[in-house]
Design a protein around this ligand. Structure first.
Ligand code: PEP
Ligand code: MG
Length: 567
């Protein structure tokens, strides 16, 4: 029995297809630049052809969001910085092409991996995927093609690259398990969209099995059994049928209101990172977008995105959402999120440093461009502009003044701007939570960013493994900060949402409902489950539950309390 991270829910039993990517050692060899440059160009051409072929074959099988990953891959294969550096090494050091590719790839991968941000780690995975393909083509190594599988199986691999996953045909590939990867890795995201069970980060799985073995996989708990007994197979098949029934049952939740048994209405909305994600929110019954992390637009570019490029992205989301609220967060860069083209001074504690709104109020040129793009897009739907990392009233006032100033500028230029966009803020710094009643006089709404609020209130870096035990969403101290924020908003007739991971946490939802949270923003695939839960609860009961929780001592006590109430 092995345990990994359940990345895409489901239970399945089947035969193993063990995927082993050819590995090779790359040595530095002196070589004639002319032939090496030719080899490199040919390999690049083949790589681009592969990417386009895989993307084309996956149309209809993958969502637009996943297909866009291959555009990112093409960008890597066409990236002038990458090409120039490889050619530079081939020319100046007179070495073999695969060595030059390997050198440049390692530098980029190392840089992105060091950023400790899930998004950047995925960029590293893209570069790895593309440059592996380039090296294989230079060396004439054949790359396994999963699209050729023609019998039902479960793929076991060290890791699945996005191109591997895109080749999976749901008819035959009934699930996969990998040694490495996390819940936010591309392969995990794709598995959720293909709706096939997946367990990732399952250490030891490759050594534990061989091609053709049987595997029983519970991708709800992350448990895997290689070569299970007949009883274990029965047990997993039973779990599979229970899971399928529950999943079918959730479909009826798509178009019903998010309303408790005693008629209290909340909004269940989705978090997105790209315009393409918005459709997934609608497909999963989302009532709006509660957080559009715009930094991805900046991170996907090689220079600051223009006002027009940003306008197109924001407009696309507003149009897809057809009048439903869309909360767009202004640039939240700094801390662990860096832009290669925007140098930020090194600091001892970057999470407590020059980042997000602090940077934007300093670099108003960057901020004003984004605000103008947002205001232009406001004419196409229900836009809510949200500032990240607000600590003081003056910061909010200053940021809002820029919005109003740009609104006037646009109107003077004859550009249409909506009259009823909202301007709100994230509450992710304890100082803002404590002063929420004052902030609510000037902000149209709040969205609580618990990912940061927890790290700042516990003084526990969200990236630090040794102190990860302090990430305690149910700690009464955090619940009190949340209550202060919600009460502060309501006192002034404003709404309060939450877009940190906690909003989709099954054990937190009942308490948040009891505390009066108006809007819950989570990953799209969590929405239907949350709606089912909301519809089975009574707001009045949850208020009592929340009041009890606020007066407890520990997160463990609160967890017990909620579990008992849900039974
Ligand atoms: C948060 O801090 O809770 C949040 C939603 O923002 P991010 O995770 O992007 O910092
Ligand atoms: Mg945050």
């Amino acid at each position: 029995m092995l345990k990994g991270i359940a990345a895409s829910s489901g239970v399945v039993v089947g035969k193993i297809y063990k995927l082993e990517h050819p590995s090779f050692e790359i040595k530095r060899v002196n070589a004639e630049p002319e032939t090496q440059l030719k080899k490199f160009d040919e390999a690049l051409e083949k790589t681009r052809d592969d990417i386009l072929r895989i993307q084309k074959a996956a149309v209809g099988r993958l969502s637009d969001e996943e297909l866009a990953i291959f555009d990112a891959h093409l960008m890597v294969a066409n990236d002038p910085e990458f090409l120039d550096q490889v050619k530079g090494i081939i020319n100046s050091e007179k070495v073999n092409a695969e060595f030059a590719v390997d050198q440049v790839a390692s530098t980029f991968i190392g840089m992105f991996e060091a950023m400790d941000d899930a998004y950047f780690k995925e960029r590293a995975a893209d570069i790895k995927d593309v440059t592996y393909r380039v090296k294989c083509h230079i060396l004439g190594v054949v790359i396994p093609d999963l699209s050729l599988i023609n019998e039902e199986c479960i793929i076991v691999a060290k890791d699945l690259t996005p191109s591997d996953t895109a080749q999976l045909n749901k008819e035959y590939a009934k699930g996969f398990a990998t040694e490495i990867g996390g819940r936010t890795s591309h392969s995990a995201i794709m598995a959720r969209s293909l709706e096939i069970p997946a367990v990732v980060g399952c250490s030891g799985i490759m050594d534990a099995c061989k091609h053709g073995d049987v595997i029983a996989m519970d991708a709800i708990s992350g448990m895997i059994i290689v070569n299970p007994t007949a009883d274990e197979i029965d047990d997993y098949q039973m779990k599979a049928s229970v899971f399928m029934k529950a999943k079918e049952g959730l479909k009826v939740m798509k178009d019903v209101p998010s309303i408790t048994l005693d008629n209290h209405k909340v909004e269940l909305v989705g978090n997105i990172g790209t315009p393409e994600d918005a459709k997934g929110v609608l497909d999963n019954g989302g009532e709006g977008v509660g957080l559009y992390r715009t930094e991805f637009l900046y991170m996907n570019a090689t220079e600051l995105p223009s006002e027009d490029a940003q306008f197109e992205a924001y407009k696309a989301v507003l149009e897809v959402m057809k009048g439903k609220p869309v909360v767009v967060r202004t640039l939240d860069i700094g801390g662990d999120k860096k832009l290669p083209y925007l140098p930020i001074p090194e600091e001892m504690n970057p999470f407590l440093g020059y980042r997000a709104i602090r940077l934007c109020l300093d670099r108003t040129d960057i901020f004003r461009t984004q605000i103008r793009a947002l205001l232009r897009a406001s004419a196409f739907g229900h836009l809510c502009i949200m500032f990240p990392m607000i600590a003081t009233i003056n910061e909010f006032k200053e940021a809002k003044a820029i919005v109003m100033d740009e609104k006037n500028n646009l109107l003077n230029e004859g550009v249409k701007v909506s009259d009823d966009f909202e301007v709100g803020m994230m509450v992710e710094i304890p100082a803002a939570a404590v002063l929420a009643d004052q902030f609510a006089k000037i902000a149209d709404f709040f969205s609580i960013g618990t990912n940061d609020l927890i790290q700042y209130s516990m003084a526990a870096d969200r990236m630090s493994e040794p102190v990860s035990y302090l990430y305690q969403p149910l700690n009464p101290s955090l619940l009190r900060l949340i209550k202060m924020t919600i009460d502060g908003a309501h006192k002034e007739g404003k709404w309060c949402g939450m877009c940190g991971e906690m909003a989709g946490d099954e054990l937190a939802v009942p308490i948040l409902l009891g505390l009066g949270l108006d809007e819950f923003s989570m990953s799209a695939t969590s929405i239907l489950g949350a709606r089912k839960m909301v519809r089975e609860l009574k707001k009045a009961d949850m208020t009592l539950l929340a009041n009890k929780a606020l007066n407890m001592n520990t997160a463990e006590e609160v967890e017990e309390l909620v579990k008992k109430a849900l039974k």
